[in-house]
Ligand binder design. Structure first.
Ligand SMILES: *[C@@H]1O[C@H](CO)[C@@H](O)[C@H](O)[C@H]1NC(C)=O
Ligand SMILES: *[C@@H]1O[C@H](CO)[C@@H](O)[C@H](O)[C@H]1NC(C)=O
Length: 172
């Protein structure tokens, strides 16, 4: 019986084990949380007392902890299952400075994204002016890109992930 849930936490250096465990407690009895670092990322292993708490993360790809999003992947997942969560990704550019993922959740829901993540700059730890959105299928990604989206009265633009490098110069 596997009880652990692996969650890759992008740049969540402001979070400690207690804060993460509390965020997961909304989804069941999270009994344990262990943090490790990997390059610029934190990795957390969260354990639930009841395995059935973990099945809900087949559908939930991200949870919010103190306005930051934590990307989730059940520890029992195969590489193929993990890769599916990274396959259909788009970028939203033009978001104002110092925005956290929680501020963009409504938009993520509206475009039917499964996860949202604002990367931080390696040097300054400041949020970049764009967000990654992950979709469950190519169809939902395509449908999303056809939508015109504004945030705080400013139009956002869609890009593909390989355009990320240029976006820093345009919006940074
Ligand atoms: C585990 O959770 C499921 C679903 O919420 C519940 O039906 C079951 O009774 C729980 N099992 C234990 C041992 O708490
Ligand atoms: C979304 O895709 C990005 C880029 O491929 C990946 O780094 C991230 O882990 C994915 N998010 C989730 C929730 O799996």
């Amino acid at each position: 019986m596997k009880k652990s849930l692996c969650s890759l936490l992008t740049f969540s250096f402001f979070l400690n084990e207690t804060q993460i465990r509390q965020a997961f407690s909304r989804y069941g009895n999270a009994v344990k949380c262990k943090l490790t670092t990997r390059n610029y990322y934190y990795n957390a292993h969260v354990q639930f007392s009841n395995t059935s708490s973990i099945t809900q993360f087949d559908d939930i790809w991200v949870i919010i902890c103190l306005s930051n999003s934590l990307c989730i992947c059940p520890a029992s997942y195969s590489k193929t299952q993990r890769d599916i969560r990274r396959e259909h990704v788009a970028i939203f550019a033009g978001i104002p400075k110092n925005i956290k993922e929680a501020d963009l959740l409504k938009i993520a829901l509206h475009v039917n994204a499964k996860a949202i993540n604002i990367p931080l700059s390696y040097n300054s730890y400041k949020p970049k002016p764009y967000a990654y959105l992950n979709f469950s299928s190519f169809e939902s990604l395509k449908a999303a890109k056809e939508l015109t989206i504004a945030f705080r009265n400013k139009g956002l633009s869609w890009h593909s992930p390989n355009e990320a490098k240029n976006l820093c110069h345009v919006y940074g």
